[in-house]
Design a binder for this molecule. Structure first.
Ligand code: SAM
Length: 239
């Protein structure tokens, strides 16, 4: 067993095609007392190749593939890294991080929600906005981090501009936190919304990091406005 579940063989390509490799029959879901939105959600889950692939590979979320794809493109992790995973529940990104940093690396996941334990991964059940969060992270990691990831999001309100503001506020909180805990040359990745990172945040990241890019991994749903900002080469480390 790997950390948190069965692993695929190391040399197997983790990216999957949007058809999931094989052609599968579409599963149709009857409402059977469910509301329209939960019927649609269930139908989408049952027909989503990434949901099926995550289940097969032992990942706790389809989101795991987003980090796998970002890592393939941007080479985020190094052996021995200390990684902080903000908004870690249910744990897919923590599993992927842990697979990429070797046995001397460390992963610390943080979320408002409880996370079932994953071998070799530490968790803090905390709010990223809480005053004591930075201190708790530094104490738990016993030093600065090399990578800060944020896949934080709140439940969709269905109101696009409200959702956008919430995601940006979480990305800003993550960027503030990263600036306090990253080691020199550290990496910061955060979920933002399409159309780019808000100009204030982008301006800040461009000052703090040598390279800043945006990417939407293939596994991110085309219908979702999410994308990720990838900032590498942290220049303002306190450590
Ligand atoms: C899309 S999920 C993350 C999925 C995760 N990357 C994975 O692979 O399993 C977003 C998470 O952000 C968390 N979150 C939202 N607001 C937060 C906050 N203020 N502090 C900490 N976590 C937060 C939510 O509880 C939720 O679990």
């Amino acid at each position: 067993m790997s950390r948190g579940g069965p692993r695929r063989p190391k040399n197997e390509n983790r990216s999957i095609s949007s058809s999931g490799g094989k052609r599968r029959k579409t599963v149709l879901v009857k409402a059977q007392g469910r509301g329209l939105s939960s019927t649609r959600w269930l139908q989408r889950q049952l027909n989503d190749p990434y949901v099926l692939a995550a289940k097969e590979a032992g990942y706790r979320s389809r989101a795991a593939f987003k980090l796998i794809e970002l890592n393939e493109k941007f080479d985020i992790f190094s052996i021995g890294d200390k990684v902080v995973d903000l908004g870690a529940a249910p744990g897919g990104w923590s599993q992927v991080s842990s697979e990429n940093i070797g046995k001397h690396g460390e992963v610390l996941g943080l979320d408002l929600q409880f996370i079932d334990p994953i071998n070799g991964v530490k968790f803090l059940q905390m709010d990223v906005y809480a005053k004591e969060t930075i201190k708790s992270i530094l104490e738990t990691l016993n030093g600065p981090a090399n990578v800060v990831l944020s896949d934080m999001a709140t439940r969709s309100t269905g109101h696009a501009s409200t959702d956008h503001l919430r995601v940006i506020s979480l990305a800003e909180a993550a960027a503030d936190l990263a600036a306090q805990i990253l080691a020199p040359n550290g990496v910061f990745i955060a979920k933002v919304f399409k159309g780019g990172t808000e100009s204030e945040l982008l301006k800040l990241l461009k000052k703090q990091y040598e390279r800043v890019k945006h990417a939407k991994p293939p596994s991110s749903r085309a219908t979702s406005a999410e994308e990720y900002v990838i900032a590498r080469g942290f220049r303002y480390s306190k450590y």
